[in-house]
Write a protein that binds this ligand. Structure first.
Ligand code: GLU
Length: 250
C-alpha cells in the first residue's frame, strides 16, 4: 500500500497527524484480519520542509537532501509512536532504484522484507532521497510501490491519493465520474490529467502507468482516496459501495 504526500500533509504542508493516525488504525485493523501489509510512505520532504527555516537559496537537490534527511526522522518516529499503541513493530526500509537493478541487490532487498514480514514487523518503505542521484531516482513513490508489489508478489497494490480514482473527465467538473473498473489492456490514457497535486512528485499519469504495468504482472491495483474516512476498511469489507478505480489483474 502506498500513501502519498498529499494524504499525509495538510494544505499548509504540515504533517497531518490526525490523518496518519486514522491510517494507522486501519492498517492495524487489516493486520488483525490477517492481511500482510507493506507500507510505502511518502511525506519525508514535505515534513522536513516545515522543520527548518532556511535563510538562503537552496537548489532542488540540496532541498531534497536536507528536507528528506530531517523529515524522514520525524515521519518514522510518528509511525513508531502510532503503531506502538497497537503493539505493532515497524521497520524502516530506505531504498534507491539501483537496489532493484542488480539481481544480488534485488534478492537482498526481498530477503530483508521477507524476514520482517515473517517476524510480524511492518515494513515502512520510502526512497532514500538523501543519497539518491537525480537521474537514477524513481519517478515517484508510485513507481517504487509498484516495484515492491511485484518483488513481494503482493495480491493487491493500493495507491492512496487525494482523489477518488481515475475520472472519465475533468475531476473538477461535476459531470465527471470515477471509472470503477479497468480491464487488462484497456487504454484510458485519454482520461488522464497531466497536472500533479502539490506536495508529492507523482500524479495521476504516473499512477496510471504504474497501475497498468503492475496489473499486467498479475496484481490487482486500486486507486482510492486516502482522505476518506475508513477507506482501507471499506475497500476490504464493502468494495462495491466504496468509490475507487480498480485495475483487474491479467
Ligand atoms: N520520497 C518522497 C518523500 O518522501 C516523495 C516522493 C513522491 O512524492 O512520490 O517526500
Amino acid at each position: 500500500m502506498k500513501v502519498g504526500s498529499n494524504v499525509l500533509t495538510t494544505d499548509k504542508g504540515k504533517l497531518d497527524i490526525t490523518r496518519m493516525s486514522a491510517l494507522v488504525d486501519q492498517i492495524a485493523w487489516l493486520r488483525w484480519h490477517n492481511y500482510e501489509v507493506i507500507l510505502v510512505s511518502s511525506g519525508a520532504v514535505a515534513c522536513g520542509r516545515k522543520e527548518l527555516q532556511v535563510d538562503h537559496m537552496l537548489d532542488s537537490v540540496e532541498q531534497r537532501q536536507l528536507f528528506s534527511a530531517m523529515g524522514q526522522v520525524k515521519l518514522i518516529n510518528l509511525y513508531y509512536d502510532l503503531f506502538r499503541e497497537y503493539n505493532i513493530h515497524i521497520g524502516q526500509v530506505l531504498t534507491t532504484k539501483e537496489n532493484f537493478q542488480s539481481e544480488r541487490q534485488y534478492q537482498n532487498q526481498r530477503a530483508c522484507m521477507q524476514v520482517m514480514l515473517e517476524n510480524g514487523v511492518l515494513p515502512i518503505v520510502n526512497e532514500n532521497d538523501t543519497v539518491s542521484i537525480e537521474e537514477l531516482m524513481f519517478t515517484d513513490n508510485d513507481e517504487l510501490s509498484g516495484l515492491i508489489a511485484q518483488m513481494m508478489n503482493a495480491q493487491t497494490l493500493v495507491l492512496l491519493s487525494n482523489v477518488d480514482g481515475i475520472y472519465n473527465g475533468d475531476p473538477a467538473n461535476p459531470g465527471s465520474e470515477v471509472i470503477r473498473a479497468i480491464k487488462p489492456g484497456e487504454d484510458l490514457s485519454c482520461y488522464i490529467q497531466s497536472e500533479k497535486s502539490s506536495a508529492g512528485r507523482g500524479g495521476m499519469a504516473s499512477k496510471y502507468k504504474t497501475a497498468s504495468s503492475v496489473a499486467q504482472a498479475g496484481i490487482k491495483v486500486i486507486i482510492a482516496n486516502g482522505n476518506r474516512e475508513n477507506i482501507l476498511r471499506d475497500l476490504a469489507e464493502r468494495p462495491r459501495e466504496t468509490i475507487h478505480t480498480e485495475f483487474s489483474e491479467k
